[in-house]
Design a binder for this molecule. Structure first.
Ligand code: PBE
Length: 301
């Protein structure tokens, strides 16, 4: 028994030495594969700048770290802290990786790129869905129709987002967008009758995308005579709220991937009204001046 173990130990030691020797000789000719990644990763402190811990994109970034075997940590903060860190890094032309998504004003403000994701940790293209609480159709048919009809595109949403990012109040920007886009809004409200102060609550998370959409649809409902309250919550609680009818609807469901786990969890307690925007995406985003194109470029061998 002892002997057998001892033998194994010698074999293991020899194997280690062989690897060591092989390693040494190769450094004479050229650098170890992946060593240039090490220095870039060190410059970034092995940090991916995330947003709020409840966000799907943070979870997917953690999944990517695992799928690609990266040494990185995903640091959580908020959407606002992430865009601030991005802007600071760009000012100094320093490397940075953030958890990003589009539509987003950051793509019109800065020169950015998504890192390729050959393992698909961030999923495919996403749609943003509107979700109603059960019973909304019967209780508030007019609001239900508007939410069901609500559909716009990435350029519409970015138009609102860019102005909010410039420091204007979301409510004011939404008011202006609704006034300037009567053709689109009239499709959402076609055949919908006005109501007299019926209360409706919409829950949302303080992501730039959702601040834009929720304020716009809130303005449309308010113009129809609804007494609208927008309630800001975290992602998990937003899904719980619509499933338990604490809120009437959300327009912030990223599917099938980003919020797929929440959807799966609550699918029998909610009504999916379908996409209000198509062709959204999430992923790791870097400034274009960075000399990497894929998440694989972060792997250290
Ligand atoms: N986001 C924006 C959200 C969905 C909308 C990408 C930050 C998320 O990651 O959950």
């Amino acid at each position: 028994m002892f002997n057998k173990k001892y033998k194994k130990f010698i074999i293991a030691s020899l194997a280690t030495m062989a690897i060591f020797v092989a390693g040494c000789s190769s450094t004479d000719d050229k650098e170890e594969p992946g060593s240039e990644n090490v220095s870039l990763n060190e410059q970034m402190d092995y940090k991916i700048t995330g947003i709020d811990a409840g966000a799907g994109v943070v979870r997917s970034a953690e999944q990517a770290v695992e799928d690609y075997g990266l040494e990185f940590d995903v640091q959580t903060s908020s959407g606002a802290a992430m865009t601030q860190a991005l802007s600071d890094a760009i000012e100094k032309e320093e490397p940075i990786i953030v958890t990003g998504w589009n539509p987003h004003w950051m793509f019109s403000k800065y020169d950015l790129k998504y890192l390729d994701d050959p393992k698909g940790s961030f999923g495919e293209a996403e749609n943003i869905h509107s979700i109603a609480r059960l019973g909304l159709k019967e209780d508030m048919p007019e609001a239900y129709k508007v939410l069901d009809n609500f559909f716009w595109d990435g350029a519409d949403m970015e138009n609102v987002m860019v102005q909010v990012n410039e420091g204007r109040e979301p409510e004011e920007v939404a008011r202006e967008w609704v006034d300037n886009n009567k053709d689109k809004v009239s499709v959402w409200t076609e055949g919908v009758e006005s109501v007299d102060g019926q209360e409706i609550n919409l829950a949302y998370v303080a992501w730039d995308t959702e601040i834009a959409s929720t304020n716009v649809i809130g303005t449309v409902l308010s113009d129809l005579g609804f007494d609208v309250t927008l309630t800001q919550v975290e992602n998990g609680p937003m899904w719980e709220a619509v499933a338990s009818a604490k809120t009437d609807a959300i327009v912030a469901a990223w599917l099938p991937g980003t919020h797929g786990d929440h959807f799966e969890n609550f699918k029998n307690e909610i009504e999916d009204l379908g996409p209000n925007l198509e062709g959204a995406a999430i992923g790791l985003v870097v400034p274009s001046y960075m000399d990497i194109d894929s998440i694989e470029d972060l792997i250290e061998e």
